[in-house]
Design a protein around this ligand. Structure first.
Ligand code: RB5
Length: 149
């Protein structure tokens, strides 16, 4: 199970720490950049990670920008992506259980390495509960279809 990683310059340093954590827990990842603190545009990187999730190359995506806001908004514009912007482990676990989230977003200027690692573990160990939540997630897909041009 591979994880697609991407960040803008604001998330670059935290992404490096995330790679170390994923390596430590034996999780495979593909890094779609950026590869330095040189200024870039977060939508470009949200799209790269989202495409890897949609194509099936990666099971999940984790994206990081300064706040986590821009990169999660951009990822969520792509039909089929459910990107959870979480700064606590409970929300991350519930994003898998209830929303079948397939991407996670962080703000590197908001949280530190330790909390990020806990949130990632909660997300990766979570599981979609299905049942009544299935219908709600399907309604999200219906909205995507309705507004697709
Ligand atoms: C870049 O300075 C910053 O705007 C970006 O990382 C992110 O926080 C946007 O939502």
């Amino acid at each position: 199970m591979k994880i697609a990683l991407a960040s803008d310059h604001g998330g670059y340093e935290l992404k490096e720490k995330l790679k170390k954590h994923l390596g430590g827990i034996g999780a495979e990842y593909v890094d779609f950049g950026t590869d330095s603190e040189k200024s870039v545009d977060y939508p470009d990187y949200a799209e790269k990670a989202a495409e890897a999730v949609l194509s099936g190359e990666c099971r999940f995506g984790i994206v990081i920008c300064g706040t986590g806001i821009g990169i999660s908004i951009a990822a969520n514009k792509i039909p089929g992506i459910r990107c959870a912007h979480c700064h606590d482990a409970y929300s991350a676990r519930m994003s898998r259980a209830h929303n079948d989230a397939n991407m996670l977003a962080f703000g590197a200027r908001v949280i530190g390495e330790g909390l990020m690692c806990d949130i990632v573990d909660a997300f990766l160990n979570g599981a979609f509960e299905g049942g009544r939540h299935e219908k709600r997630v399907e309604k999200i897909s219906e909205i995507e279809r309705k507004y697709r041009k």
